[in-house]
Structure formats: structure tokens, C-alpha cells
Design a protein around this ligand. Structure first.
Ligand SMILES: [Zn+2]
Length: 367
């Protein structure tokens, strides 16, 4: 229980320290995920919405009421505050919560399984998966509350097609849960889905626009690749930066014609609701088979990874990271033989909502 303002300030600093720690080990990326600590029976403090972990300061950590989700101060609390409130409400012993979009646990949460039965070291683990609901909704908070009540002993759970919730009596316990969960889910993907893939971005041929001229990172970029870059800039005036991602998972997906439907919320939000890997049909050359579409931010190249696009390097990199995770999920689902795909309508809504709120946040940042 936090009573004095000094304790509250220390707690806010602790949240920032933990977010940096998780950011460093790769469990938290960019503005995705959120962290909270209980203050008392009816309130907690939580990271704000849409601010990068590197930029957090103590006054940005928002105090939220568990009972009605009202909050104090000038910063908007994380959009997943209802999920945190649901956990504090149903687990009086919990003092600290970490919500991440970590790779292997998120991918395991796309398989359509309600319980992941796996192991960490020699210890058996059962990881519950809360049924899918759109992010930021009351329905998602209800789904998590239902799962927390059903598995009262469990401190780590997955929100289907989204990410994780890790709880503890203190920050250390919650962080350990997140780390254990990632290893245990990777064990599951390797053993059950035969998917042993490294997560990351392997850069191929990147470029960006400078005063309307394409500048290639690698001077002797092949003509074949240059034609694709030219075509992307031509068809997508909003694009200023292209990252060519040739990671193991993206390469694997790019090897065969595919229709990638989103398996993860962040894929639907950042990349698009339907991404196609083109075929190398007769009569089509490298110029004509790339699917460059409005609001679809990854363009696959058959057997050559994907071009991830954005208005700057940061945006393109976000797409590259989320695409890599999406391709691991896609491969795991293919090999597992089943998975839970997001509906087109859900993806469409999330994509539109994300673009709107993202541009609003970007505008607010400029003030
Ligand atoms: Zn989330």
C-alpha cells in the first residue's frame, strides 16, 4: 500500500525503471504494452498511452481508479487500463502487472488453444489463454477477469491474438513471470508447432526519400530491387522510408504464394488487414507482381523477404518488427494445423482506429 506522496513518486520511478529493463531485454518494444502498480484497494498507477518507454518521466505515470477507471492528471492512461483494473479487482494479492506484446507468448496465443501446456526448465506450466476480444474494450477486460477467476493460482496468462498479462506481489515477480512465459512459449512452439525461429529484423536493401530523390543505403543496390522501390514510392506518396526485411521468418513466408490474414492485433493495426505474397505467374515479371496497396505497409517479394514502409525510419522499423512476429505466428499456425484468425471486420476496425488515433497522437506531440 502506498500512502505518502514520496512513496508514490518512488513507485512512479520504479515503473519507469521496470519498463526500461523490459525494453532492454526486448520484452517491451516502442509504445506497445504497459505496466502498472497497485496504490491501494481502489487505485493503481499505469504507464500512459502512446509515449515511448525511453521518453517516460514520473509525472506521466497516471493514477487510475479501479472502480470506475477515472484518472488524474494531464496524461491519458494506457488504453488497456480496464484489463489491469480487472486483475487488481479479482486478485487482491497482486501488486504489480506487466502487459507485453512479447513475441513467442503472443504467437502461442494465436493457435486457438485455451490452455498452453508446456514447461520451463523441469517445471510443468499451464498457461491460460483469455478468449479474444478487441483491444481496449470492456469485453477484453471481462475475458481477462473470467480467466483470472478460473485460474486463481496463475500469475501469467495470454490474451488471445494480442499479448500477455504477468502479475506479481512486486515488480520483480511480475518481470520473472514475463521472462519465464517467453521461454516456456518458445519451448511450446519448438516442440508442438515445430517452429524454431529467431525474432528480429535482417536488413536487406533499404532506401528513403530526400527531397523527392531515392537514396539507397547500399550504393550498388541491384536494378531489379531499385525498380520495386521506385514503384512503391510512386504508388504510395505517403511512404518516405523502406526497410527490406529478410529475417528468417519473413523469408520463410515469402518463399511461397500466400494470403496472410492477421493473427495478431498489432499486425492488423500497423501492417494491414490482408497481405498477399505474390506468385511468380507466367508472363509476369518483377515489375508487375508486387501488391502495393493503400494502407498495406508490407510488400512481399517472392522468395526475397518483404519491403516494410512508413513515413519515416521509425515507422518502417515498427512495421518490420511486427511483420517478423506475424510471420512467426503464421508459420506456427501452418505447422500446428490450426489457429484463430482475426475476422476481416475486426481487422478493418482496428486498422482504421489505429490510423486515426496514431495521427492524433503524432499531432499532439508536435504542439
Ligand atoms: Zn496490448
Amino acid at each position: 500500500m502506498i500512502t505518502t506522496s514520496q512513496e508514490l513518486l518512488e513507485a512512479r520511478k520504479k515503473i519507469i525503471a521496470v519498463s526500461r529493463e523490459l525494453h532492454e531485454v526486448g520484452l517491451l518494444v516502442r509504445t506497445w504494452g504497459n505496466i502498472s502498480q497497485r496504490v491501494d484497494e481502489d487505485s493503481f498507477i499505469i504507464t500512459p498511452s502512446g509515449i515511448k518507454y525511453e521518453d517516460l518521466t514520473p509525472e506521466m505515470i497516471v493514477k487510475v481508479k479501479i472502480s470506475d477507471l477515472s484518472y488524474e492528471g494531464d496524461y491519458l492512461p494506457s488504453s488497456e487500463k480496464a484489463v489491469h483494473a480487472a486483475c487488481y479487482k479479482n486478485r487482491p494479492d497482486v501488486e504489480f502487472i506487466v502487459h507485453t506484446h512479447q513475441v513467442y507468448a503472443s504467437c502461442a496465443g494465436t493457435l486457438g488453444i485455451r490452455k498452453i501446456i508446456t514447461y520451463f526448465d523441469d517445471e510443468d506450466m499451464i498457461i491460460p489463454v483469455a478468449p479474444y476480444a478487441l483491444p481496449g474494450t470492456e469485453k477484453l477486460a471481462e475475458s481477462v477477469a473470467f480467466t483470472v477467476k478460473k485460474f486463481p493460482e496463475t500469475n501469467a496468462l495470454i490474451m488471445a491474438n494480442h499479448g500477455t498479462i504477468c502479475m506479481g506481489r512486486n515488480s520483480k515477480e511480475a518481470v520473472i513471470e514475463a521472462e519465464k512465459l517467453e521461454v516456456a512459449c518458445n519451448n511450446f512452439l519448438i516442440d508442438v508447432c515445430k517452429t524454431d525461429m529467431h525474432h528480429g529484423v535482417e536488413v536487406g536493401f533499404n532506401s528513403h526519400l530526400e527531397n523527392g530523390v531515392i537514396v539507397y543505403d547500399i550504393p550498388d543496390t541491384p536494378e531489379r530491387v531499385k525498380r520495386i522501390h521506385e514503384k512503391i514510392y510512386h504508388k504510395r506518396p505517403d511512404v518516405k522510408y523502406i526497410i527490406h526485411n529478410k529475417s528468417e521468418a519473413v523469408m520463410a513466408v515469402s518463399r511461397r504464394a500466400n494470403h496472410m490474414r492477421p493473427l495478431l492485433d498489432d499486425f492488423a493495426q500497423l501492417i494491414g488487414y490482408s497481405v498477399k505474397v505474390p506468385t511468380n505467374e507466367h508472363g509476369k515479371d518483377a515489375d508487375s507482381y508486387h501488391n502495393i496497396k493503400k494502407h498495406v505497409n508490407a510488400i512481399f517479394s517472392l522468395n526475397d523477404g518483404a519491403y516494410c514502409v512508413g513515413k519515416d525510419e521509425d515507422d518502417a522499423m515498427a512495421v518490420a518488427i511486427v511483420l517478423d512476429k506475424g510471420c512467426i505466428a503464421h508459420t506456427a499456425v501452418m505447422r500446428h494445423g490450426e489457429g484463430h484468425y482475426l475476422s476481416l471486420l475486426e481487422c478493418y476496425r482496428m486498422n482504421r482506429h489505429y490510423r486515426k488515433s496514431y495521427s492524433k497522437l503524432a499531432d499532439a506531440g508536435k504542439k
